[in-house]
Design a binder for this molecule. Sequence first.
Ligand SMILES: Nc1ncnc2c1ncn2[C@@H]1O[C@H](COP(=O)(O)OP(=O)(O)OP(=O)(O)O)[C@@H](O)[C@H]1O
Ligand SMILES: [Mg+2]
Length: 404
Amino acid sequence: MTSLDETFTRRTLVMRSFSPSAPIADKTLFAGRTEQMSTLISIAFQNGQHAVIYGERGVGKTSLARVMKSAFSGSAWTSYYTCSSGDTFGSIWRNILSDFPISDSRPRAGFAKDTVTATSTLADMLRDTDPTPNEIRGVLELLGEADGNAVIFIDEFDRPDAPSTRSLFADTIKILSDQAVPVTIVLVGVADNIDELIAEHMSVQRALVQIQMPRMTGDELMEIVTQGMRSANLGFEEEFAKQVVRISQGLPHYTHLLCQNAGVYVVEQGREKVHAMDFDFAVTRALSNVSQTVREKYHRATFSNRETLYRQVLLACAMAEKDELGTFSAPDVRDKLCEVTGRRYEIPAFANHLTDFSSIDGARGGILAKRGVLRRFRYRFIDPLLPPYILMKGRVEGLTKELS
Ligand SMILES: Nc1ncnc2c1ncn2[C@@H]1O[C@H](COP(=O)(O)OP(=O)(O)OP(=O)(O)O)[C@@H](O)[C@H]1O
Ligand SMILES: [Mg+2]
């Protein structure tokens, strides 16, 4: 093999070992989440229980659901459907039920020993375009007769616009649970709390187990680095991994992105190990791979022809100490702004910046959500994927070397 071939092969291996843009489907590259996995396993084999997996954008909900689907597929019927905005209760079920084949064998007319097999799916059992929850229950009961336990994953459950979808699903879950139909429904969606996903959720509370997906812990992100580097046949210095974990802020997308860029760089250099010194290079390269939406938001919020403090204030917001809800206050920003600029600014010097970032329709708005009362406002980044990008920009532009 020429060295060019070898570099190509090693590069491909790195690309496959990290997946910044796609959910994980391969168990060997899946890190952590043991508690959520065991909860799902116990729900799936307990009649009458269903689950909802919810959390911030990008924390790893789909990856968990995908890995669990393949784990269940050996012992249960499984189906996975990803909703889109135009979906309705009926279209979602039609898609799911078409995953379950039924075959109907009957004697062919006139030939005693011969049979015909008409293969259709459970979707063909639906008579109406707008089925009721009870009709869905009737069809799903056929799976029980076929001696099957089924686990059905419905992802992006927050997407359908049709207002009735959420209450029809609540009713379906209630009926399936009350009648002990051997089917487990797992809803997956972006939400801060379950009320945003399920209408009248109190009525299904007992039947619906809530699995909140928090951001990943430092240890879980470290596991992503370790597993991925092992799969890519690369060594790494601990300090490199620590910097990656720190800048990722619990979001696995950035861990994959930085490791992939560092790994490719090291391979191009003909080396076997990622050094702490490679971190800055990885950050620079990774910036252009961050989604266009995130990059545009940053640009819009900080663009100016004059010398202004917008970049520094936004960086201080990304660095600010957050509570468990991800919120921070103006005094938290003041402390970090001091670290970034090396100067002491009092709150009035940047209060307008915070107001601009949290305006609804201003040119720099839509970045922060503001809650609370005057002088006690708390802020939160609306897009969780933005702060790590701001930290990366700050680092590359030399605004800070210290990232917290
Ligand atoms: N447990 C995990 N181990 C390793 N990588 C993970 C894990 N969970 C998620 N990831 C990675 O993180 C990124 C985001 O994951 P995923 O798409 O599953 O998140 P999500 O919560 O479904 O996002 P969205 O809210 O946009 O639908 C992907 O690059 C995925 O590969
Ligand atoms: Mg997802």
